[in-house]
Ligand binder design. Structure first.
Ligand code: 4AD
Ligand code: MG
Length: 459
């Protein structure tokens, strides 16, 4: 027996499994919102979406019903009727409705109309935009992607560590933090500390867990007060930070590549309806790009070699910053040149100059570069940042002193090198940049349910 309240997703699953014969003529009840409605005189067609998947169910009704034919997009309805299979047709089934109950009608001013609306406009209505095709698909894919992230780590024996959001350390040492106070007049009163802020990374707090459990990861909200008004920076974003003991820089790249390919492959397979829409309507090159991402090896290259390539390129290619030399902190234009023009694939860039990387990265023997690795990808630039960690107490202390860091505040972190240390490495993946990569959306604001970016926060 079919559950009367079968979802659209379940109907499509049965049809795809070739297990659809018993669907024909089944009485069902469907609850959802109207995606489209048109009456052609005698007969009316109402496309209803119940949220279970990207696709709608089309309810057929008597077109001369004045109420039903006037129902606007976004209104909510309960449809009762029989499934009528139309396998081989434009859609594989429709519902011969016996009754459509209108639960809530949208007003004339309902902002989603059939005419094309811009992403800019939709951003101003975050409580409604996910009823449009594009955002409906984006937020479903965001959810499924996070499921496969957890699944990958769980299946491979990692422990998920819930590192704190409130912290007194600045992991990246960039000072781009949001301060937290309970009482403005007495900022130190609550924690007996004057430097409490929202975390920019869970890395420092997760390292001790890696040195115990071997393989761990974090997945949580992250905050950066960068005054960057770009399509790739948000003030509040989510980050995934795997950390592995007994792992060097080359091994962390292997993990990274395997992990990223796995999550893209599985999310694409599960959300094939959403992806069909992205390929056709969001980005015509996306399907090919994702095929390559999953099937071709990523390029691995030293920073120094990348500088040579960019120097050569600057003779014929325009860069806003063409002063390309060892020590340059690559900008997005350089990263994109390497991945989109030169290599045409994702690139792991390794062994950066120590001056442009964080204090915790393991020094190479040249004392000039560190075992840091960024993953650069076409269209986006930096997707992941990571490194092997400096596990030598003296070297780490010396580097922190060089950078005039507040040593007492980081003593607990330094001491990890005394309390049962091991070589270890990790990386951070910006989750929204990953959502951009898989969906083809080009603005980070369109991957976050309620984006918070520089100068911009709606309720
Ligand atoms: O390169 P980042 O700063 O690395 C770290 O925070 C390390 N502690 C990670 C680690 O080794 N465990 O940040 C990691 C990634 C970036 O590559 C980028 O994808 C993303 O986080 N990211 C941002 N995403 C959106 N908005 C921002 N403002 C971001 N800043 C970084
Ligand atoms: Mg980085």
């Amino acid at each position: 027996m079919l559950n009367k309240e079968i979802t659209i997703k379940e109907i499509y699953q049965k049809i795809n499994d070739d297990n659809y014969q018993d669907l024909d003529n089944k009485e069902i009840t469907l609850k959802g919102f109207v995606r489209n409605n048109r009456s052609l005189g005698q007969v009316g067609f109402m496309s209803v979406n119940d949220g279970s998947c990207f696709l709608n169910a089309q309810a057929v009704y008597k077109g001369d019903d004045a109420l039903l034919s006037s129902i606007k997009l976004g209104s909510t309805v309960i449809v009762k009727g029989k499934i009528h299979l139309t396998i081989g047709g434009y859609q594989p089934f429709e519902i011969d409705s016996s009754n459509i109950e209108v639960i809530s009608q949208t007003e004339e001013s309902f902002p989603l109309q059939k005419k094309k609306t811009s992403y800019d406009f939709l951003r101003t209505i975050p409580t409604i935009r996910m009823k449009s095709n594009t955002f409906n698909a984006v937020f479903r894919v965001r959810s499924v992607l996070s499921y496969y992230i957890h699944k990958y780590f769980h299946d491979n024996g990692y422990i998920w560590v819930h590192t704190p959001i409130l912290t007194a350390n600045d992991c990246e040492g960039e000072g781009q933090t949001f301060q937290v106070v309970a009482d403005e007049k007495h900022p130190e009163e609550y924690f007996n500390k004057d430097n409490v802020h929202l975390t920019v990374s869970g890395q420092l707090h997760v390292e001790p867990f890696a040195l115990t459990y071997g393989k761990v990861y974090t997945f949580g909200p992250t905050f950066r007060a960068e005054k960057s008004n770009t399509t790739r920076h948000a003030a509040e974003f989510w980050m995934i930070e795997p950390e592995l003991a007994w792992c060097d820089m080359n091994q962390i790249m292997d993990v990274e590549e395997d992990f990223l390919k796995y999550i893209v492959k599985n999310t694409r397979e599960e959300c094939y309806q959403d992806f069909k829409f992205f390929y056709e309507r969001v980005d015509k090159d996306l399907e090919k790009r994702l095929d390559d991402f999953v099937n071709k090896p990523f390029k691995r290259l030293k920073y120094e070699e990348a500088i040579e390539i960019l120097k050569e390129a600057s003779k014929t290619h325009h860069f806003d910053n063409s002063d390309i030399k060892f020590g340059l902190d690559l900008a997005s234009e350089h990263e994109r040149y390497l991945t989109e023009v030169h290599f045409k694939c994702p690139v792991f860039l390794t062994d950066y100059p120590k001056e442009i990387k964080a204090f915790y990265m393991k020094a190479n023997d040249d004392n000039k570069t560190v075992r840091g690795v960024d993953l650069l990808v076409p269209q986006i630039g930096e997707l992941c940042g990571g490194s092997e960690r400096e596990d030598n107490y003296e070297k780490l202390l010396a580097r922190m002193n060089e950078l005039h860091m507040n040593i007492p505040a980081y003593e607990w972190y330094l001491d990890l090198r005394k309390n049962g240390s091991a070589p270890h490495s990790g990386f951070g993946l910006g989750f929204e940049r990953m959502v951009m990569l898989v969906t083809g959306m080009t603005n980070i604001r369109d991957t976050l349910p309620y984006p918070r970016t520089y100068k911009d926060m709606l309720y």
